[in-house]
Design a protein around this ligand. Structure first.
Ligand code: C2E
Ligand code: CA
Ligand code: CA
Length: 506
């Protein structure tokens, strides 16, 4: 059984570490990818800014050159006019040529070679801006600003070559239905299928549109996988999370193993904390509390090992082991108990719902009856217990067997009047949180209310965590039935408890 458990736990640990690895892998990969995508978008946005400002300055130069050239065009295109036109491009960084068009032919130009050229195939004069090859050099692309003046049509061509490099593989520019890419000029507009994965950036000019290419999935994954740093980060985070989960599971498992051994070897002992009757001041009973002194770890608090015992099913073995030791203690004969002396045992919800619970009751109730002891099961209200038929039947079984029920930690959890009436406990243990609120100065109506309500329902009350004399006085004045706490005694091993009972009686 233990071997089976061990193998199952090992499989579970491996599974937990594997899940932690995969989950961390997914989360970190997503984060790194989002980060990579953001970086890419930022880079493209910066690049787009550069392209845009270059294009704008190019167009504003062309505009200025147009104005200057228009002043030269009053009469015939003589040597002086041509010379003056020829001087103009030199003043601007990208202007390639300045031309005057009459009847589809260049009548005057800053470039001598352009004169008389037919522009019919190259330049539609109904557009304001046009991208095309130059009239004389087919391998040079220009962007032409076309202006109609009374003296004729003037177009200023600016060299586009320097823009190619700036566009890179992610940006394109659309002008009057044509698109400039890093690979050259394409006759299609952005609406064409080949540009379907491009998205226009917010418009900054009515003359052109700048668009960026949305990265494909394979590229997005590439942003992540291409970086060794990212891969290293992702893998090491996943490995760390898997290792942490593994270690946590081992720690939990090792606590489980140690707890199982400790229970088997009766290393977890019962301690007894006296419960005092408020009316008679006699010790009317005691609460059994588990104590574990580990050889290496020292004292392990119940708040640490009880939850592990509850979640692993060991709580049943632990409770049995405690009761066996309690019976051994009682049979030593070193303490005499009044008939009806109560021993309160903490019973976990996990135990109540177990199929062996009825057998547990049938086994132990006659043993304690024979010893003259009244058993009280303390059932905590901290857990949200579902009152179903099976539970009601078990509660009846407890009562029919002569075992009393106390509702533990009252006021800290889920109990409501319906729960209390279903459980119909013999007593309520008011949590020490409320006892702590009793002060010498102010009234504590909450605790008064609880005592009052219990009285009306015919339920006995025990105040937990009583530490000071003024708390005893206050509680007695408010008709509490039983008192428990360090004021009277801490939980004691059996021999000390027997000594305490003797001293208390004398
Ligand atoms: P609990 O049932 O509420 O037990 C009372 C707790 O209050 C005990 O802590 C006790 O030592 C402590 N206590 C008693 N009087 C005073 C006081 O005047 N002042 C203060 N500050 N504390 C006081 P302990 O022994 O550490 O147990 C903690 C919890 O662990 C218990 O709370 C109970 O829920 C659980 N537990 C302990 N032993 C067992 C057990 O054998 N079975 C189960 N199922 N649970 C157990
Ligand atoms: Ca208790
Ligand atoms: Ca309690």
């Amino acid at each position: 059984m233990y071997q089976q458990n061990f193998l199952r736990k090992k499989r579970n640990r491996l599974l937990a570490a594997g899940i932690a690895f995969v989950l961390t892998l997914i989360v970190t990969t997503t984060l790194v990818t989002i980060n990579g995508l953001n970086n890419h978008q930022r880079r493209v946005a910066e690049q787009a800014q550069l392209v845009q400002s270059s294009l704008n300055s190019m167009l504003s130069d062309a505009h200025e050159a147009t104005q200057k050239a228009s002043r030269l065009l009053g009469g015939a295109c003589d040597f002086n006019v041509e010379k003056a036109l020829n001087m103009l491009p030199g003043r601007y960084r990208h202007i390639y040529s300045i031309n005057v068009v009459h009847n589809q032919h260049i009548s005057c130009s800053s470039l001598l070679a352009n004169k008389h050229a037919d522009i019919g195939f190259v330049l539609p004069l109904d557009k304001a801006l046009w991208m095309s090859r130059t009239v004389r050099s087919p391998d040079i692309y220009v962007i032409s600003l076309i202006t109609h003046l009374p003296q004729g049509t003037l177009y200023v061509a600016s060299d586009l070559r320097f823009l190619y490099e700036m566009l890179g593989s992610d940006l394109v520019i659309q002008v009057s239905g044509k698109t400039l890419t890093a690979a050259g000029l394409v006759k299609d507009s952005l609406a064409a299928a080949q540009f379907s994965h491009y998205e226009a950036l917010p418009a900054h000019s009515p003359l052109y549109t700048l668009a960026w290419r949305k990265p494909e999935m394979s590229e997005i994954i590439g942003f992540t996988l291409n970086s060794w740093l990212s891969m290293g980060f992702i893998l090491s985070m996943s490995a760390i999370m898997a290792a942490l989960t593994w270690l946590l599971a081992i720690r939990r498992h090792s606590l489980y193993t140690q707890l199982a051994n400790a229970i088997r070897q009766h290393q977890i002992h019962p301690h007894y904390q006296p419960i005092i009757c408020a009316k008679t001041n006699a010790v009317s009973g005691a609460e059994i509390l588990a104590r574990w002194h580990h050889d290496e770890l020292g004292f392990v608090p119940p708040d640490v090992f009880i939850p592990v015992a509850e979640s692993t099913g060991l709580i049943i073995d632990l409770t049995e082991s405690l009761l066996e030791q309690v019976v051994d203690d009682l049979q030593q004969g070193i303490a005499a108990f009044q008939p009806g002396f109560k021993l309160n045992l903490n019973i976990s919800h996990a135990h109540v719902v177990d199929s062996t619970f009825d057998l547990f009751i049938d086994y132990w109730s006659p043993i304690f009856r024979a010893l003259g002891i009244t058993l009280v099961f303390e059932i905590t209200e901290r857990e949200n217990i579902d009152i179903c038929d099976a539970l009601t039947r078990k509660i009846d079984h407890i009562k029919r067997s002569g075992i009393r029920i106390a509702l533990d930690d009252f006021g800290t959890g889920f109990s409501n009047l319906a729960f209390i009436s279903n459980l119909s406990p013999d007593s309520i243990k008011i949590d020490r949180m409320f006892t702590r609120q009793i002060s010498q100065e102010a009234a504590t109506p909450l605790i008064d209310c609880v005592i009052d309500m219990a009285k009306r329902m015919n339920i006995l009350t025990t105040a937990e965590g009583v530490e000071y004399g003024y708390q005893v006085d206050y509680l007695k004045a408010n008709q509490i039935d039983y008192l428990q706490g360090y004021f009277f005694s801490k939980p004691l091993c059996f021999s000390d408890f027997a000594g305490y009972l003797k001293r208390y009686r004398d």
